[in-house]
Design a protein around this ligand. Structure first.
Ligand code: ADP
Ligand code: MG
Length: 504
């Protein structure tokens, strides 16, 4: 029977784990990007694993045991009472002892558990960062220093474990002592009651058998439950913080592809969390089907502005409208499907070249179409030269390809996605001249007929934009064509002058 019970119990454990992890996983995918500015990824990993496990064991082990412990408690107390009320007093006296030790040990246990968890996550953190930065470490010949750091972390973990072991054994002695005193009470109490003629010997033998079940039930119902509740509080708090965080908005029902129009910023201000305002009172229009260049020094908030257009963030003040409608009236899902984004940090996933090109397209895409976009993106030739063509694995983050190659695969992906609004964020800035030429040519094909926003520090590619929005001091410092801004805007003219001098 106990074999069957343990299987059923394990399955219950796994099922509760599964449900908790499902819940957390789905939730973290739905949270807004701003949430991830505040919370670190490795903490979230521990939430989906450690915290859900802690909560599960509380539910399945501690809470589920309550009914059967109450049953045991009431049953035994009733039986004892029917024999002699003095036995009830003796049983309760023995049980009172079970309150003493847990209250002493719980505090110490929590502190050390916390300490040990901290050391463990220190080790995980060290490994995660260290492995990522091995090339950097080698370039600066810092192996010895990194190993030293690692050894220290490992040694600290060992020391903490050993100390914890001794403390735990010490606490173990305490609870053994408690059992001894309990037994002593049992025997001495029994001797007294029999001698006084209140009970018979066989009644005491029965009491002796019942006593441990009684103290066990009381210990589980009160002190141990209290300890467990304390222990699970941290996990519950962290999980419920995620649960309470509102999901990303779904938006209205408009679709950018069919109901688009000019995009207008109307007195838009924005700041990250509680930082300073990165965008201040921006007002300008992005005409449909044209290319608008955003120009401004590094840190002016150009990428931030893209974040607003991708609806990763909400403006603090002001409104963004599209075709006269508030941006939130557009459905979030179809919006993101209609917005393309190419940045300097191109993101490829591990998988084949083909997987990466069709990523984000829900329909079946034929080979011909894939080759077609690859040609337009100037990617076809180099893909053909790869070991397995379109079926070549690109490695983690596309590490087996060069920067320019990755970029062109991203452009092919965007061509297939066929976005209505295209956001280019310094897409060519990390490339050499030849790659830049190839990518620029591909980008120009991608831009055709689309509403495009472009940030680039290469003058040539921005001067022929239909419109330029010039940002300075986090405000709009001028809008117009390159020529008109050059003529009318002193600050813009200085910026361009400085860049031209740099180029020479
Ligand atoms: N996720 C973020 N959280 C807090 N501050 C940020 C975040 N991203 C950017 N910033 C800050 O916002 C400012 C503008 O950044 P960004 O939009 O990337 O500038 P640009 O693209 O024009 O160089 C910078 O001061 C930067 O430090
Ligand atoms: Mg930027």
């Amino acid at each position: 029977m106990s074999g069957v019970q343990s299987v059923v119990n394990s399955i219950a454990n796994y099922k509760v784990d599964l449900n908790f992890q499902r819940f957390v996983l789905k939730k973290i995918m739905r949270l807004p990007v701003a949430f991830y500015d505040k919370n670190k990824a490795d903490e979230l990993i521990s939430r989906t694993t450690d915290d859900t496990t802690t909560m599960r064991s509380f539910l399945v082990q501690d809470l589920l045991a309550i009914p059967s412990n109450i049953y045991t408690l009431v049953g035994i107390l009733a039986t004892l009472f029917l024999n002699d009320w003095r036995l009830v007093i003796l049983g309760l006296l023995m049980s009172a002892l079970t309150f003493v030790v847990p209250i002493i040990t719980a505090r110490i246990s929590f502190r050390w558990n916390d300490l040990m968890q901290g050391k463990l996550s220190g080790l995980t953190g060290y490994l995660a960062e260290g492995l990522q930065n091995i090339p950097l470490t080698k370039v600066f010949v810092q192996e010895a220093r990194e190993i030293g750091k690692g050894l220290k972390v490992i040694k600290e973990l060992y020391d903490t474990r050993v100390k914890y072991l001794f403390i735990n054994s010490g606490l173990g002695v305490l609870s053994s002592a408690q059992e001894m005193v309990s037994l002593l009470l049992n025997v001495l109490g029994g001797v007294y009651l029999i001698n006084a003629g209140y009970i018979t010997l066989d009644m005491w033998i029965a009491f002796y058998m019942y006593a441990s079940s009684l103290t066990g039930a009381i210990a589980a119902l009160f002190p141990q439950l209290w300890v467990s509740i304390k222990g699970v509080q941290g996990s519950t708090r962290r999980i419920s913080e995620i649960a309470a965080e509102p999901d990303e908005t779904k938006g209205g029902s408009l679709d950018l592809r069919t109901q688009g129009g000019d995009i207008a910023f109307d007195h838009v201000s924005f700041s990250y969390a509680d930082g300073p305002e990165v965008l201040q009172d921006l007002s300008f229009t992005i005409p449909q089907g044209k290319t608008t260049a955003i120009i401004g020094r590094s840190g002016e908030g150009k990428s931030t502005l893209y974040g607003l257009l991708e609806r990763f963030y909400q403006p603090n003040n002001g409104q963004i409208t599209v075709g006269g409608q508030d941006i939130d009236a557009y459905n979030m899902h179809t919006w993101r499907k209609a917005v393309g984004y190419v940045s300097q940090n191109t993101n490829l996933l591990s998988g084949t070249v083909r997987d990466n090109i069709v990523y984000g397209v829900d329909r079946d895409v034929g080979q011909e179409e894939i080759e077609n976009v690859a040609r337009l993106a100037n990617a076809y030739d180099f893909i053909q030269e790869l070991e397995n063509g379109f079926d070549t694995e690109v490695g983690l983050n596309g590490s087996k390809l060069s920067g320019g190659q990755r970029q062109r695969i991203c452009i092919a992906r965007e061509l297939l996605k066929d976005p209505a609004l295209l956001l280019l964020d310094e897409a060519t800035s990390s490339l050499d001249m030849e790659a830049e030429y190839q990518v620029t040519q591909a980008l120009n094909r991608l831009r055709e007929g689309r509403t495009t926003l472009m940030v680039s520090h290469r003058l040539r590619s921005v001067t022929d934009a239909d419109q330029i929005v010039y940002l300075a001091d986090h405000k709009v410092a001028g809008t117009g064509t390159h020529e008109s801004l050059l003529k009318e805007n002193v600050s813009y003219r200085n910026l361009i002058q400085a860049q031209l001098e740099d180029a020479v």
